[in-house]
Design a protein around this ligand. Sequence first.
Ligand SMILES: Nc1ncnc2c1ncn2[C@@H]1O[C@H](COP(=O)(O)OP(=O)(O)O)[C@@H](O)[C@H]1O
Ligand SMILES: [Mg+2]
Length: 199
Amino acid sequence: MRLAVINLKGGTGKTTSAVYLAAALSRRGKTLLVDADPQGSALSWSDQAERLPFTVAALPVKTLHRQLPELGQGFAHVVVDTPPGDLGVVRSAALAVELALIPIPPSLMDVDRLRPTLELLAEVEPQNPLRIALLLTKVRRGTRSAAAARQILQEMELPVLDTEVPLREGFATTFGLSPLEVGEYEGVLNELLGEAVVS
Ligand SMILES: Nc1ncnc2c1ncn2[C@@H]1O[C@H](COP(=O)(O)OP(=O)(O)O)[C@@H](O)[C@H]1O
Ligand SMILES: [Mg+2]
């Protein structure tokens, strides 16, 4: 599978989701994580980690879609982590994949700021009819915000995954470490791959 983690807003959980999904995918086949963010968060994550179960390559360029077929050769799965602001790079990432995963925290501000991301994906669609999935991240347990955000997103007819990623210390503190437990991201991947969730 070729997927890009996209949200033009910063801090929504893109890099965390990209690293955890790459870790989950690496259990199924050889996986490449492409860091397309010029800030290089995924790359510095992998620099600090002793050993990751996947390969990381930095390619924060607008020609990603032209280079990815060659770069991804020999990999069963490719995950692209994208920057928040760099439209050219994000557009190129969207052109290079079959699936865009949009991580979004369940706040009204994040929902409100979703429009530029959706517009960019709609713009890419005629050239590359990619699938879109929204993932609620940083969900505070015992609060109503996730249900409220889910309802608004569904009213916008956006496909929201059933699996939610909770706000959890463990996700924030694994930077620079290899995710041994992928937690909810296993369920996210099952949904993305269309597999039945085994619990
Ligand atoms: N599920 C989570 N629980 C707790 N902290 C999280 C979670 N997901 C991301 N974070 C933290 O939120 C911040 C932004 O996440 P990050 O993945 O870097 O987002 P982005 O790549 O979209 O900017 C980071 O400090 C990260 O560690
Ligand atoms: Mg990031």
